[in-house]
Design a protein. Structure first.
Length: 131
């Protein structure tokens, strides 16, 4: 069983660094997928997990290019979340804040607008494999 921890660090130029760390997270499964997006406005749907949000422990999105042109929306298999989000920097969701997105995320729909640049988006997930 994978044991996961994460550390977030924010550094102020010429000033203070603020760091926060998690405790050990026990997950039954982990995975990472890289998705190549072309700057043409095409939506790419990625299956991230088959279960409920209660099975997710960590979801991390990162990209080779961050921009307001790079957007995504969570989907539960039939319904999109209310809000389209912008991937303008690395973004992490933990078990405690995944319910705030409004749907139990099973898919992520990614779009790079034609005004953006081609990018590779990495999605890392840690979850329970059984309910």
């Amino acid at each position: 069983m994978p044991r996961i921890t994460f550390t977030l660090s924010v550094a102020i130029a010429g000033g203070k660094t603020v760091t926060a760390s998690s405790g050990v997270i026990e997950a039954e499964a982990t995975g990472q997928i890289d998705i190549d997006l072309t700057a043409d406005g095409t939506e790419v749907t990625v299956e991230i997990q088959p279960g409920d949000s209660s099975q997710l422990h960590v979801l991390l999105l990162s990209s080779t290019y961050y921009s307001p042109d790079l957007t995504y929306i969570f989907n539960d298999g039939t319904t999109d979340a209310d809000d389209t989000l912008t991937l303008d920097g690395p973004q992490m969701f933990s078990a405690g804040n995944l319910s705030a997105i409004g749907v139990s995320p099973r898919r992520i729909k990614l779009t790079m607008a034609a005004t953006g640049e081609n990018a590779t988006v990495s999605i890392f997930i840690a979850r329970d494999a059984t309910p």
